[in-house]
Design a protein around this ligand. Structure first.
Ligand SMILES: NC(=O)c1ccc[n+]([C@@H]2O[C@H](COP(=O)([O-])OP(=O)(O)OC[C@H]3O[C@@H](n4cnc5c(N)ncnc54)[C@H](OP(=O)(O)O)[C@@H]3O)[C@@H](O)[C@H]2O)c1
Length: 303
């Protein structure tokens, strides 16, 4: 990252906004990069990401000379690229094309919990699953950061939604719109036959092969963590009719985020915050998220 040496602020590139960050959030990608799990994505020898944090909500304090959509004082939220990051800070450099106006009806903390997880849900179900009214969608990991938005995205599209979670989270997942809930400690959804048009494996603890039976003819399996097998199956199944394997790689996109903002303002989409940590306790926030049982999202507040 480049720094303005006098003020120790990120350099404002022509197409970027300088944002005073009020809140960021924790995503599994943060601790995976910290642990060095994603070197293929983030740089084999020297990590490109100098500062973690891929969601921000805050106020624009300066705009690059090419910026047209935002002005100083605007309250925005944004996903930052997983190749650059920079959200765990008082100021962040945010590409104009990745930002959207923050919904007026929610706080900075709530807004910061939305971008990366909601875009992962939207881009998977819309672009890979071609979700539409009447489709039967199963979300595996429905109570986590991406899962809460996947259930709502599918529901907003008119799909019939089944959420997979533990019994303690069944009420939450139903309150987000799931028509039915499967408790993964008691029942294995992969044992059903032809029951779903889309299986969205958010926790990615299943495989295309394991889920094939549960998919209807022409159904799609989508994972958030593609291994070599899924990549190969994705390629092969795209060549022939039948059940498909696919994966999602979330992209920062201000237009998609604008669509999410409209859903929030229309009362059709809401966030769920599990815990809030000050920036000084970011290590504790990572430990909590890393345990793998977050109920919705965890937020970092920047004093
Ligand atoms: N490819 C991409 O672009 C992309 C983007 C975003 C995220 N991801 C990946 O997607 C994964 C999920 O992300 P996230 O933010 O949703 O994580 P998260 O918030 O940490 O997920 C936690 C949730 O997973 C549930 N869970 C744990 N074990 C489960 C099981 N066996 N069956 C069903 N649910 C289970 C937990 O529910 P209980 O407490 O009830 O167990 C908890 O609610 C991560 O690996 C992340 O790196 C990929």
């Amino acid at each position: 990252m480049c720094w303005n040496s006098e003020r120790f602020l990120p350099e404002v590139k022509p197409s970027h906004l300088l944002v005073r960050v009020h809140a960021a959030s924790v995503n599994p990608v943060d601790f995976k990069i910290r642990r060095g799990d994603l070197r293929l994505l983030t740089g084999l020898t020297r990590p490109r990401v100098k500062l973690l944090g891929f969601d921000v909500a805050g106020e624009v304090v300066e705009t690059g000379r090419g910026v047209r959509t935002f002005k100083r004082g605007d309250q925005i939220f944004a996903m930052l690229s997983v190749r650059s990051g920079g959200g765990y800070a008082e100021y962040a450099s945010v590409p104009e094309a990745s930002a959207a106006m923050k919904p007026d009806c929610i706080s900075f903390e709530e807004a910061a919990s939305v971008p990366l997880a909601a875009l992962t849900a939207l881009q998977a179900l819309r672009d890979k699953g071609r979700v539409s009214a009447g489709k039967r969608v199963l979300v595996n990991g429905a109570s986590g950061g991406v899962g809460i938005f996947a259930v709502q995205t599918a529901k907003a599209s008119g799909a019939v939604v089944t959420g997979v979670c533990s019994s303690g989270n069944a009420g939450l997942v139903r309150s987000l719109g799931a028509d039915s809930v499967i408790d993964y400690t008691r029942e294995d959804f992969t044992e059903k036959t032809g029951a779903y048009d889309i299986v969205y494996d958010v926790v990615a603890n299943r495989s295309f092969s394991a889920c094939k039976r549960a998919l209807a003819p022409g159904g799609v399996y989508i994972t958030t963590i593609p291994g070599p097998a899924t990549l190969l199956q994705g390629l092969l199944t795209s060549l022939f009719p039948g059940r498909k394997a696919a994966h999602v790689m979330v992209k920062a996109d201000g237009r998609d985020l604008g669509f999410v903002r409209e859903l929030i303002e229309a009362g059709r989409f809401r966030t769920v915050i599990d815990r809030t940590f000050p920036l000084s306790r970011v290590a504790a926030a990572h430990r909590y998220c890393e345990a793998g049982h977050s109920r919705g999202k965890n937020v970092i507040t920047i004093p």
